[in-house]
Ligand binder design. Sequence first.
Ligand SMILES: NC(=O)c1ccc[n+]([C@@H]2O[C@H](COP(=O)([O-])OP(=O)(O)OC[C@H]3O[C@@H](n4cnc5c(N)ncnc54)[C@H](OP(=O)(O)O)[C@@H]3O)[C@@H](O)[C@H]2O)c1
Length: 242
Amino acid sequence: MTVGGAPVAVVTGGARRLGRHLCEVLAARGYRVVIVYRSSASEAASLCAELAAQGHVARSIQADISVRADVEQLFSDVASHEGRVDLLLNNVGNYNPQDVTRLDPDVWDATIASNLSGAYYCCYHALRLLPDGGQIISIGMAGLEGIRANRRGADYYVSKTGLLVITRALAAGYADRQIRVNMVSPGQLDNSIDLPPPDEIGREVPIGRAGTMRDISQAVEYLLDAPYVTGVNIDVSGGYRL
Ligand SMILES: NC(=O)c1ccc[n+]([C@@H]2O[C@H](COP(=O)([O-])OP(=O)(O)OC[C@H]3O[C@@H](n4cnc5c(N)ncnc54)[C@H](OP(=O)(O)O)[C@@H]3O)[C@@H](O)[C@H]2O)c1
């Protein structure tokens, strides 16, 4: 996959939940994993220990990706230690749903700063370290393309739709270097804070069940091995809000 040693993956929000699972999958595929966390230091340390015990190479870095200086420092650290980034996985995505009639501007600013601006800062710096053939995969939210009205979480949906726009733009901009930029979008995962009861999930999810983290990592793994796929969003959502 790369010249000169194991490929390097940088995973934001990598210490817990979906990000942690994706780090485990990438490590098992032979990536050196850089786990980016903001406040979950002990979870990041336990993941590093878990991966090391399995013979994988991983380390963690603390950064608040909504802060430009933190992201600059993060990638400068990666440039010094790993020397390259083969895959950036933008997994951070804060969801703090409020009704749009009461959407606090502070919540708006925080969501856009972490989910959209932060992801862009990471893309900007990672692209300076990505070799030809490198990749960016961002985690989105299914059902964006119709731009449905969602009374709850408008800030979140704006951030994820914006991420899709920048995904497509970067895919077009870097295709001449065979750098691929894509998105994988869950719908309702089985760890969602918004999960309806099992007998009601079919109203929003035609397949009739919540998604698992493995459903999402399958799509990520597909993209890792798909050299002719760029600029796409894959909804992995059981048909969420079709
Ligand atoms: N779970 C679902 O049902 C679902 C559905 C659709 C889409 N998604 C998307 O899937 C992705 C993962 O979801 P999740 O539920 O596993 O995520 P999560 O638990 O809400 O957040 C993942 C991590 O993001 C980190 N983070 C947040 N803001 C950050 C910042 N400014 N700088 C650095 N790290 C930051 C946090 O790290 P620390 O803990 O270190 O602070 C957190 O552990 C997100 O993009 C989400 O939008 C999830």
